[in-house]
Design a protein around this ligand. Structure first.
Ligand SMILES: Nc1ncnc2c1ncn2[C@@H]1O[C@H](COP(=O)(O)OP(=O)(O)OP(=O)(O)O)[C@@H](O)[C@H]1O
Length: 267
């Protein structure tokens, strides 16, 4: 029998109906991700990254092709696929603890009240937000809100963690701090992660593989570059390793030579 990866997209095509007829966003995407792998998805604006991630989330149905997660066909959203969006999407009237608790209640069948509370606090501690458990989102900075969003996602013990430009709205230093949090979590938890980013350094620093998408319409996977850096990773050690520079260069050549930004070509 054919070996199928933990997360497998097989011939996934997504067409959106538009007034001008069907618009093909993704064209026969094949992508295999092993359990515990961290994959960064990079490509120019509008190429179809969110469409791909939303298909894995079950929010977009492939027009053709199939997505398997741990042997099951993905055909609807589910708590086994937690999504962290650029906009934290916390409920403003609930405290930090209650926001995470809401997600835990959906997924922690069998746990007692005390165990759930402990699990919520454990996950907040993992992102160094235990101290803010009683605060409401309005009292937090953007970076703190994203930390809570990440805690909420990992507290669901998802089979795959999906992140759609989670740090896109943050300033550079806050973003770096959040990247450090994600590196630390990956070393501890070894989650299977699919993350969209526009940032080449972020992709190389965080991911085991950088999957590069061609420009749309009908986007495909252009290159798939393994990043051979040991975990746990540390920003300062990573940037001095040879494969950091090699992977970075491969991604930059792809984005700025092989598939240049369509917006700049038109300019
Ligand atoms: N519901 C929809 N109906 C019609 N077209 C859509 C729909 N959703 C996305 N598209 C189109 O599909 C293409 C891919 O969009 P998508 O949002 O996946 O790109 P992206 O790479 O995530 O972009 P960005 O980096 O700017 O967020 C775009 O041309 C977009 O206009």
């Amino acid at each position: 029998m054919k070996h199928r990866s933990y997360l497998a997209l097989e011939g996934v095509t997504v067409e959106f109906p538009t007034r001008a007829g069907p618009f093909c966003a993704l064209d026969r995407i094949d992508l295999s991700i092993e359990k515990g792998q961290f994959v960064a998805l990079i490509g120019h604006s509008g190429c179809g990254k969110s469409t791909l991630l939303n298909a894995v989330a079950g929010l977009v149905r492939p027009s053709r092709g199939v997505i398997f997660l741990d042997g099951d066909v993905v055909d609807a959203p589910g708590p086994d696929r937690a999504v962290v969006f650029q906009d934290h999407s916390l409920l403003p009237w609930l405290t930090v603890e209650e926001n995470v608790r809401l997600a835990v209640d959906k997924t922690a069948g069998g746990k007692s009240r005390a165990e759930r509370r402990e699990w919520v606090m454990h996950n907040l501690d993992l992102v160094q937000m235990g101290h803010a458990a009683a605060k409401r989102p309005g009292e937090l900075s953007g970076g703190m809100k994203q930390r809570v969003g990440i805690a909420r996602a990992i507290a669901m013990n998802p089979r795959v963690l999906l992140m759609d430009e989670p740090f896109g709205a943050l300033d550079a230093l806050t973003r770096a701090a959040l990247q450090d949090v994600v590196m630390d979590l990956q070393a501890r938890l070894n989650n299977t992660v699919l993350m969209i980013t526009h940032d080449v350094d972020e992709a190389v620093l965080l991911a085991d593989r950088v999957v590069m998408m061609t420009n749309g319409p009908a986007a495909r996977i252009g290159e798939d570059r393994t990043v051979d850096l040991a975990r746990p990773r540390n920003r300062l050690e990573a940037i001095d390793q040879p494969d950091y520079a090699g992977a970075r260069s491969a991604v930059i050549h792809f984005l700025h030579e092989r598939y240049r930004n369509p917006a700049t070509l038109a300019a």
